[in-house]
Design a binder for this molecule. Sequence first.
Ligand SMILES: NC(=O)c1ccc[n+]([C@@H]2O[C@H](COP(=O)([O-])OP(=O)(O)OC[C@H]3O[C@@H](n4cnc5c(N)ncnc54)[C@H](OP(=O)(O)O)[C@@H]3O)[C@@H](O)[C@H]2O)c1
Length: 246
Amino acid sequence: MTDSRKHILVTGASSGIGAAIAEQQAARGHVLSLGARRTDRLPSGERTFCHALDVTDEASVEAFLAAAVAANGPIDVLVNNAGLARGTETMADADGVAWREMIETNVMGVLHMTRRVVPSMIERRAGHVVMIGSIAGRLPYENGSVYCATKASVRVIAQSLRQELFGTNVRVTTVDPGLVETEFSLVRFRGDAEKAKVPYENTRPLHAADVADCVDFAISRPPHVNIDDLLVTTTDQVSPTRVYRG
Ligand SMILES: NC(=O)c1ccc[n+]([C@@H]2O[C@H](COP(=O)([O-])OP(=O)(O)OC[C@H]3O[C@@H](n4cnc5c(N)ncnc54)[C@H](OP(=O)(O)O)[C@@H]3O)[C@@H](O)[C@H]2O)c1
C-alpha cells in the first residue's frame, strides 16, 4: 500500500463513530476492512471489505484479521473503536455481568486486536494504532466506575504501547470524545429509547463525524508526526457531568 492509499481497519464500524470513520476514509480513497457483529449494518463500498467480528472472541478476531489481510494486504492503520457502556448501576447495585461485558469488549477486545496487528507494523517499520477512548477515562463519574475504568485502561495501554514502539516508526494515538450522539446511549440503557434520549436532550452533542475528523487529522499527519492524544467535546460540555442544557 502506498502512502497515499492506506489499508485502514476499523472495529465496530456498523454504527456511530466507527461508521463515520469508515465513510470519511472511504471518501479519502483508502482501502477499508470493517468489522462488527451486525454485518448487515456494515457500510459497503468499492474498496471496502466487510467481515463479521466479535472483538471479545479470539477466534473471531483471528478469522477477521486473516480475511482482511487476504483481501487488502498488510494493515496500515488499526482503529480500535468497538466499545460499549452497559448500565448505570452503582457498585452496590451491580451484579457484575455488565462489568464483564465492558471489560471484555473495551479492554480485552483492544488487546486481542492490537497484539495481532502490531508485529507486522514493527516488521514494516510503519503503521498506526488509533484507540477510541473517552472523556470518561480521564474524568470518572458516579454510576460508571467500570466503563470509566475501561477507558482509563485504553489510555494507559496506549501510553505503554507508545513506549514499547519507540524507535519503530509505528504511531499510537488516543482520541477521547465527550458526549456524541450515536447508538451508545441506546446500548447503555439496554434498548430503552426513552432513557437513551435523555443525555442528548436540550444540548448540542458531538456528531460521530466530528470524532471521525479527529481520527482523520491524526492519521493524515506526515509519517514522523505522532498525535499522542486528543480530547474532544462539544462546546456544551466541560466534564462528563457538566453539560449545558439551554
Ligand atoms: N457516543 C459517545 O458519547 C461516546 C463518547 C466517548 C467514547 N465513545 C466510544 O466510542 C466508541 C464507538 O461508540 P459509538 O458512540 O459509536 O456507539 P455505537 O453507535 O453503539 O457503536 C458501537 C460499535 O461498537 C461495535 N461493537 C460493540 N461490541 C462489539 C464487539 N464485541 N465486537 C465488535 N464490535 C462491537 C458495535 O457493533 P455491533 O453491535 O454490530 O457488534 C458498533 O458498531 C466506543 O468505544 C465508545 O466507548 C462513545
